[in-house]
Design a protein. Structure first.
Ligand SMILES: O=C(O)CCC(=O)C(=O)O
Ligand SMILES: [Fe+2]
Length: 410
């Protein structure tokens, strides 16, 4: 695997790809151009366009999260079809008064970060998501909290000082999110106020900070604003896999029929019978679990996981179809990270994308599969696809690969 994205972020990408560090760590990124992958002018563009809020935009003001209708257009202008769009003028006012602005699921709306995270996901075999946090000078952003994913904070402009404390609950699960300092018990609140942090660090543009899942963190912007991108590295645990496997026990298969039987009425009045029923259910589940085909379960898992990956960038949906922009000799490159996996069926190859599948036949398919397995960025052209295809069909295929976001013209 070539660490084209990860090596921009850290010096030892291979080591990180094998297992994330167990302790918080901070470093300077080797490729400082990463600071422009998402910066203040990116935010200007996104907010200036008045994007739909869609649960993506969070505004934190005076220790609380503002309801979306406080900073969206509502019915003020343009009628209700723009009601959920962010009002840029309101965002300016709130920022001016000290609010923190957070954007989630950023790879879907900011192409340079989308490209970076798609590639990171490919290199790590893990769907990496990203958010941004903007805090005005001298202010706290979020309350102390922990995240349920390990994160890398990449400071892209300004600076923020972080205090990081060890977890109380090690390896928190999805449903064990932290609701901020007020949701913590007295012991943890006191600890965070009084104990020396494990790490205190001021991040400036080009600095990165790794925070393992479960570790408490809180940050205050220094004497200028602070903007950072948080890269989320999800965790898959035996618990989350078990959930998925148990969900799969609803298949219409006789082997699983026992689990569908009613366990009986009147249990609310009969604790002893309730106990017996629970015991029998445990025995039944264990027995049925024994019949689960691990290959099928692994396929379900991969399918579910791949659905969470960032879809290929479809940058030419119009011209790839309507304009003859590709001829037989136009230099093209594959975008390996647009493809999550491949499977073969006779002379067909199925390319699995995050959101769809593409089937290609014959020697053109073999040619593409080889490029993918070599993680190749070498240029080629439609002529290379014209092995058992005529030239016109090879060009059509190339155009389809471009519109599907697997290939780009150089
Ligand atoms: O910037 C902040 O205040 C919060 C950011 C944060 O918690 C994170 O990036 O995980
Ligand atoms: Fe966080």
């Amino acid at each position: 695997m070539l660490f084209r994205a990860l090596a921009r972020l850290m010096d030892e990408p291979e080591k990180f790809s094998q297992s994330a560090p167990e302790l918080p760590a901070t470093w300077r990124v080797p490729d400082l151009s990463l600071t422009s992958v998402f910066n203040l002018s990116s935010l200007d563009q996104i907010i200036g366009q008045g994007i739909p809020e869609e649960g993506r935009v969070r505004v934190l003001y005076k220790n609380g999260r503002l309801a979306a209708d406080r900073f969206t257009l509502g019915n003020q202008r343009g009628g209700s079809c723009f009601a959920n769009h962010v009002n840029p003028a309101t965002i300016s006012k709130i920022l001016d008064q000290g609010g923190t602005l957070t954007l989630d699921r950023l790879p879907q709306i900011w192409a340079p970060l989308g490209d970076f995270c798609r590639r990171l996901s490919f290199e790590l075999g893990l769907n990496v998501d990203a958010s941004s946090f903007l805090t005005p000078a001298g202010l706290w952003g979020l309350d102390y909290h922990y995240d349920i994913a390990s994160v890398i904070l990449l400071q892209t402009s300004g600076s923020k000082t972080w205090r990081i404390h060890p977890p109380t609950l090690v390896d928190p699960l999805e449903q064990q999110k932290c609701g901020g300092i007020k949701s913590l018990d007295d012991f943890d609140q006191k600890r965070l106020r009084e104990e020396e942090p494990f790490l205190q660090v001021t991040l400036r543009a080009g600095d990165a900070l790794f925070i393992p899942r479960g570790w408490y963190h809180g940050g205050v912007a220094e004497d200028e604003h602070s903007l950072h991108v948080t890269l989320w590295f999800p965790h898959y645990t035996a618990y989350s896999l078990a959930n998925m496997i148990v969900r799969g026990l609803d298949k219409r298969d006789d082997k699983f029929a026992i689990l569908r039987k009613d366990v009986g009425w009147g249990l609310a009045h009969d604790p002893q019978r309730a106990k017996e029923v629970v015991l029998k259910s445990i025995i039944d589940v264990v027995e049925v679990l024994d019949c689960v085909d691990p290959n099928e379960a692994a396929e379900d898992f991969l399918r579910e996981m791949r659905n969470g990956f960032i879809a290929p960038a479809r940058t030419h949906p119009i011209t790839s179809v309507l304009v003859a922009s590709v001829d037989i000799d136009t230099p093209l490159v594959l975008i390996p990270e647009a493809i999550q996996g491949i499977s073969r069926n006779k002379s067909e190859i199925q390319f699995d994308l995050a959101d769809s599948k593409l089937t290609v036949e014959g020697r053109a398919a073999e040619f593409l599969a080889t490029l993918w397995s070599e993680d190749s960025q070498n240029p080629w052209c439609a002529r290379d696809l014209a092995l058992d295809l005529d030239g016109a069909s090879a060009i059509l295929l190339a155009r389809r690969l471009i519109s599907d976001g697997l290939v780009k013209a150089m």
